[in-house]
Design a protein around this ligand. Structure first.
Ligand code: ACM
Ligand code: ZN
Length: 544
């Protein structure tokens, strides 16, 4: 069965017969929810045809440029840009207020194609669908035939995220741009960027140059899993503020918002190495060469901790225009707080007490996170935190990212918080994607095959309509403990991002694993064409 599918895929790859390609909207991922072909007539797009758009609208002009550039690099077909020009023999880009903001409609008739969107963002997704309808080619194509008909879609979820960890291993700006291109290709709109952790600090903060001068460097990494052997290979690298702004703009041009994460109060060893006075014991601390959860975290009783964080987050807000700032909150053991006179004094001063549901130290974390949240509110920002922040009570306005499963998300929605679902059992792309662990490159322990990703349903049966209204969307995470090169990162992300895109875009009644698996056979040829490594077996038909 798998062999047959591979032959069919090989045949599909050769579809540019005589420099002519046939577009097929039925092969696209994420699949448009409406595809109605008239069954007769077609439009043939040839070199010299135009892209027509509202020349007075910057976003639409950028969209037109993207469409032209995509078709040129995808299949070598050159189109002309014609602001406000004649609509014949062209692809017209336009806005239509009757369409949902991120939705699009593609109308193909014999005179040309219209891509209409509820906003320039919707038009952009229509452009992505159009280019994905054209099969990957071996060579250049001088013409593409589109069958007449209508195609339409709008995403199920407003939050369609992918996460990137550039701390455990360093990935440069060029990689981030490729990652963003891939996200745009899959219809995603949020990049959650994990920029600081125990193993390094990767974003320039001008007030505290030590963070990157010293904190971005570690002199080795644990070999294998849970050993005390180190490879002695230095890992360093960080983004300057100019580079950050460049990445944020590159993403914004593609309708992707970058949400930065500075993880507090735990996962802070790199910062503590630079500023040991901000830890409960005073250190010394080293930038971690091991993975896992460290007992040393920021001291919650020391006012200097908050002065430091306000300085860091002020600059973060200057670099990132996102409505949300992610402040972490996961895996923060409270053992040091239990023994620290300053933290205990804070507990007393704030009147925090153990009760049946949480310890005084858990409430101290709530105090800590809420204090930073209040500061970020003064900058007009909202916060996201990992699901641990529910433990000691959390401010109503915090959005919860449910990672240890879906229970945190359910509990948060019950308490009236907005929720992003990223349960590790379905959405951790650093876990193995086949069960042949011995022959896979080492990965985080856990098994998330493609079909499991595809099967994820964030609306739990027990959720009420009110609770469901709090589920903003779904995200997958790509932690980089065991991923040190861009090629390996793409190998882990692909083709699972394709499955994620259908979780994010399609209503459950439109999801169909068998159809997805079949479409994937030709879809992965785009990855080949664009030089993205992917997992070939996970993408082949017949995997469990
Ligand atoms: C996490 O994976 N520690 C959020
Ligand atoms: Zn302390």
């Amino acid at each position: 069965m798998r062999f047959l599918t591979m032959i069919l895929a090989a045949v599909a790859m050769c579809s540019c017969a005589g420099n002519h390609a046939e577009a097929d909207f039925g092969k696209v991922i994420p699949l448009p929810e409406r595809i109605e072909m008239t069954g007769e007539g077609e439009f043939t797009l040839r070199r010299g045809a135009s892209v027509v758009f509202d020349g007075g609208n910057q976003d639409m002009a950028r969209n037109a440029g993207f469409l032209r550039d995509y078709l040129k690099s995808d299949i070598g077909l050159e189109l002309r840009l014609r602001p406000d020009g004649n609509r014949d023999n062209s692809i017209v880009l336009e806005q239509d207020t009757l369409i949902a903001e991120e939705g699009y409609r593609i109308d193909v008739c014999e005179n040309g194609i219209v891509i209409a969107g509820g906003s320039p963002k919707g038009v952009f997704y229509g452009i992505q669908t159009l280019r994905k309808a054209v099969p990957a080619q071996d060579g250049k194509c001088s013409e593409v035939t589109f069958p007449c008909g209508k195609v339409a879609a709008s995403p199920r979820f407003a939050y369609r995220g992918m996460h990137s960890d550039v701390v455990r291993h360093w990935f440069p700006e060029d990689y981030m741009k490729k990652y963003i291109d891939l996200m745009a290709f899959h219809g995603m709109n949020i990049l959650h960027w994990h920029l600081s952790d125990d193993q390094g600090w990767r974003i320039e903060i001008k007030r505290f140059p030590e963070l990157t001068e010293i904190g971005s460097y570690r002199d080795g990494t644990m070999v294998g899993r849970d050993t005390s052997v180190f490879d002695g290979v230095p890992v360093s690298g960080y983004f300057t503020q100019d580079e950050i702004r460049e990445v944020v703009k590159y993403a914004a041009d593609r309708y992707i918002t970058v949400i930065p994460e500075i993880d507090i109060p735990g996962h802070m060893m790199a910062a503590l190495h630079c500023f040991p006075q901000l830890g409960c014991t005073g250190g010394p601390y080293e930038v971690s060469k091991i993975w896992g959860v460290m007992p040393d975290i920021l001291c919650a009783g020391n006012e200097d901790t908050f002065t430091f964080l306000e300085g860091v987050f002020s600059e973060i807000c200057e670099m990132f225009p996102s409505g949300y700032i992610h402040i972490g909150g996961d895996e923060a053991p409270r053992v040091r707080w239990e023994a620290c006179p300053k933290c205990q004094a804070r507990i007393k001063a704030e009147g925090l007490r153990d009760d049946a549901s949480s310890s005084a130290e858990a409430k101290l974390q709530s105090y800590f996170m809420t204090r930073v949240e209040e500061f970020l509110k003064t900058k007009g920002r909202r916060v996201i935190g990992w699901d641990e922040i529910l433990e000691g009570g959390v401010s109503q306005s915090a959005t919860i990212m449910s990672w240890r499963g879906v229970d945190g998300g359910l509990e948060a929605a019950r308490r009236g918080h907005d929720v992003i679902m990223t349960p590790c059992q379905y959405m951790y792309f650093d876990y193995y994607q086949t069960d042949d662990f011995e022959n896979e490159p080492m990965a985080m322990t856990g098994y998330v095959p493609l079909e499991k990703v595809y099967s994820f349903e964030p609306m739990l049966p027990e959720m009420t309509a009110e609770e469901r209204s709090h589920i903003l969307g779904v995200q997958a995470n790509l932690w980089a403990e065991y991923i040190s090169t861009p090629e390996h990162a793409f190998y882990m992300a692909l083709p699972r991002m394709a499955a994620l895109s259908e979780v994010q875009w399609l209503r459950p009644e439109h999801k169909d694993w068998n159809s997805f698996e079949e479409r994937l056979q030709s879809f992965v040829k785009f990855y080949d064409r664009d030089g993205y490594r992917y997992h070939p077996l996970a993408a082949a038909s017949g995997q469990e």
